[in-house]
Design a protein around this ligand. Sequence first.
Ligand code: SF4
Length: 686
Amino acid sequence: MDELLASTSAPPHIVRGACPHDCPDTCALLTTVQDGIAIRVQGNPGHVPTAGVLCNKVAHYAERTHHQHRVLQPLKRVGPKGAGRFEPVSWDAALADIASRLSAIAARDPQAILPYSYCGTMGLVQGESIAARFFHKVGASLLDRTICASAGAEALTQTLGGKVGMKVEFFAESKLILIWGSNSIASNLHFWRLAQEAKRNGAKLVCIDPRRSETAEKCHEHVQLLPGTDAALALALMHELVVNDWLDHDYIAQHTLGWEALRERALRWPPERAAAVCGIPAQQVRDLAHAYGTTRPAAIRLNYGMQRVRGGGNAVRAVACLPALTGAWRHRAGGLLLSSSGFFPADKATLQRPDLLAGRKARTINMVTIGDDLLRPASPGFGPAIEAVVVYNSNPVAVAPESGQVVRGFARDDLFTVVLEHFRTDTADYADYVLPATTQLEHWDIHASYGHTDVLLNRPAIAPLGESRTNTQVFRELAARMGFTEPCFGDSDEALCRQAFGSHVDYDLLLRQGFASLDIPDAPYANGGFPSPSGRCEFFSERLARQGMDGLPDHLPNYEPAGSSTRYPLAMISPPARNFLNSTFVNVESLRDIEGEPLLELHADDAAARGIRDAQAVRVFNDRGEYFCKARVSSRARPGVVHGLGIWWRKLGLAGTNVNELTSQRLTDLGRAPTFYDCLVEVRPA
Ligand code: SF4
């Protein structure tokens, strides 16, 4: 970049934007541009929640954008699927062929077409606007977008009424913070800044996590429980709150539902019972309950790691009940935050136009089970076999569970696959067409957040590189070629940005400043008023009971509990490597150099029992597949639990594998979500 700067003369200018990645922080960006090149991406110091600081990943966004391996023209497959052999083709030829193939399939049954997308961008415009309109008009299968957060989201909705919680800035004033299922230093950096401020002001920080993460080792205490046992711990905390009467009886009476039933359930969970399930000392449970029951204000920062197990929804429900028991919500620095996204009044019906289905009932495919579903034949229960997949903002061959099965699905010769991408990812290698997509520096977008309560506008900093096009433009052009004449396909990206929040947000302020805050009270539930049907925190959920489920939260053991198998005695979780964000950034050399190689962290006792040395190549396996990586003998792991850090691209890993060879397609109790951290394995030297 410095060379580029030296050889140019135009004065640089700065463009305001927003980080597009799947991260709660949604940072405000300032991109410095010179002669059409983004030479630097920095945080915007004027944006209070993110304070001008970016994580190391996005600090490298200019390198990623101008990367030599960007896909900059449409590509057509010329080799076998998966080989990654393509030749350049014109946009005209590519779009004409894609429109013709999709039209032919739609004429037989439009549900044989499947869009596959997730949060490769969190932008509401390049995410699901024109794309959703297009697939609704086609009558394609709907996609259940569940791969990350839907168990926790459903749990919050059944408990509090929505994805809402305390305002993140007030964690700085808390006196006790439970950081539950989160390596905040790696994946929620700006919250960690606030937790540090609280710590300097005398707060106690407790990390609850199976892994001794970077965050855990910087907290005062680490509760290193077994994967999938969080609900047991939460129920035992409730037990202690009850027997010691560390309860806010007035708050419970005024603002909760189902107290007597929950009380009875909690009394079945003395600390000794939970300690045996969680694999931690009973005294640690008692001490944690004492701290939580007697410290004001006390706050919980929950994150999505702990809900990636069979009972993940129930676990989130159990934890989400705690602040109402102690009345923690009364304080602006008390309560809980998993997601703030439910505060944002995004007008998704206008952006996505489900009315274009025009009364047709399209089936829904769960993105977690894409491996099985791509291989499923037509049947009365399933409907037509999937004949075409259009992938955008996602890399399912790397990130979907049980990837051996996913690969078999995408390798089908009779499957027509289109991938909109920046790079030739693992999924792009299976495409019939790869279409070059713009990055966040090259398009308009607008963003909500799930970690703070500001809306951010993203302006394009540079022109689209090469022949790349925005997602919206690609779907507009496909719509035109397929004869869709509704005026909504003509909406410009800026018009879509305006539509996203309508009059709820001051768009002129967004244009001037780049961000605008929602008007949320400092302590939104100090006097109850939860967005649930009863307006209360629902310990007992009538809605779940009506569906035949337990109306109260409970501990549901993992499908594959730690220690339950002699063939596969190790429980594996797959938390993100610090310098990657899901599978994004794995191909950015400066970040991959820091991560080094795909790693499995394991405890010294487990390594010694298998004759495994540090840095040795190992084979990790179960009945679903095998994964090759390097062993890291590490005090971050407890005995019996290993950590397969993710998510490497298969082709950049060892032997063309990644950790998702081992994970299963089974779903959580609530929210139809994946169970990535509910996975038993064995490890041997390779
Ligand atoms: S990934 Fe998260 S912390 Fe990093 S720049 Fe984006 S929003 Fe900020």
